[in-house]
Write a protein that binds this ligand. Sequence first.
Ligand code: ARG
Length: 388
Amino acid sequence: MRIALAYSGGLDTSVILKLMREKLNAEVITVTVDVGQPEDFSGIEFKAYKLGAIKHYNVDAKEEFANNYVYKAVKANALYDGEYPLSTALARPLIASKVVEVALKEDADAVAHGCTGKGNDQIRFDLAIKALAPHLKVIAPVRDWGLSRDWEIEYAVKHGIPVKSKIYSIDENLWGRSIEGGVLDDPSVEPPEEVFTWTVSPSNAPGDPAYIDIEFEKGVPTAVNGIKMGPVELITYLNHVAGAHGVGRVDMMENRVIGLKSREVYEVPAATTIITAHRDLERLVLTKRTLDFKWYVDGEWAKLVYQGLWFEPLREALDSFIDSVESIVSGTVRVKLYKGKISVVARSSPYSLYDSELMKMLDQSMSVGFIELYGLQAVKAYWKKLKV
Ligand code: ARG
C-alpha cells in the first residue's frame, strides 16, 4: 500500500508515519505544505526520511494560499461567529489539494492526515480529499485507531521520535495562529501571556499609536503606506506591525461542526487589520441595500468555509456575487493601532457615495412628504392597536 501523508513534522503526524510503516507495511510519501508557518522545512524533511518516508515533498503554497484563499476571505470579510478569521479553516482544503496532487502523481492508494476525531480539521481534510479524488482512501490514524496523546508520547519516546514538550496544540499559517489545549481548556481562566507569540500584550504596547494607510483595489489590499506589496509580503508586514501594537488577539467560545463547544484563542493581527479596513471601505462605496445583503452572504461564506465545505458549489456562487460587488471596492483606509485597539480614522475612494455637497444642498422641505408616506403604515398600525 502506498500512502501520501500530510506531514507537519509534529508529534501526531510523526507517530502515524512510523505506525503506518509498521502496522500497514505501507510505503509512505510525506508532503509538507508551506502556507506561511514559521517552520524549518529542511528539518521536517530530514525527520520524515528518518522515520521511514520513501519520498518527501515540500510544496511552497504561500502565494496560492494568499491569492486564492485568504484574499477571497478578505472580500467576504470572513469572520466565523463574528470573530475568527478562519486562518486554520482556509488552509485545510489547500493542504489537502496539494497532498492529493502528490498522491495522484505517485500512484498512491490512500491519503493520510493527523487529525483527531474531535475537531473540525478532520471534516475539512476528509471532504476535500473526497471531492478531489473520490477513489483515494482516507486514513486518519489518530482518529481511526483511537490514539491518545499519552500513548503517542510514550510511543514517540520508545522509537526515538523527538517530542518537544508541548502543552498547547498550535496551528500556524500566514493568516493566523490558533492555540488550543493546556489551561486554555478551562474557559473560566484568562489565557496566560505565554500562549501569545505574534502579539505583545496591549499593556506593553508602545505608548505612541501607529497610523497605517491601506490601499484596496477591487476588494483586496494592494499597498501599505504607499508601497505596493504582493499578498504574502503585505500580510507578513501587517502581522508584524499590528502584532507589535497588541492588535489581533481573539479569545472566544466557538461552536464546532460536530456540536462541541470549545474555547479557542487566536492571534490574527493582519487579518483583523485588513478586514476592519475593508469593511469600512465597503461602507463608503456600497449602497445600503448591497451592504445589508452582503452582510448575510459574508456570514454564509464564513460558515461554509468553517464547516469544511470549501468545495460546495454554493461557495463558488457566493464568490461570484462577492466579486461582482467588489469591483468598486477600491480606495484607501487609514487605521490607527494603539494598545491592542484598532480604529479606522480616515477613508477615501473614487467610488465614494458620500457627498458633502448633497448634504448641504438638499432641499429640506422634500423630507416632510417623504416622512408622511414612509411612516404611514407604522403610525396607523400603532394607533389602530391603541384604539381596538
Ligand atoms: N478551532 C479552529 C478551527 O476549527 C482552529 C483549529 C486549530 N487546530 C489546531 N490543530 N490547533 O478552525
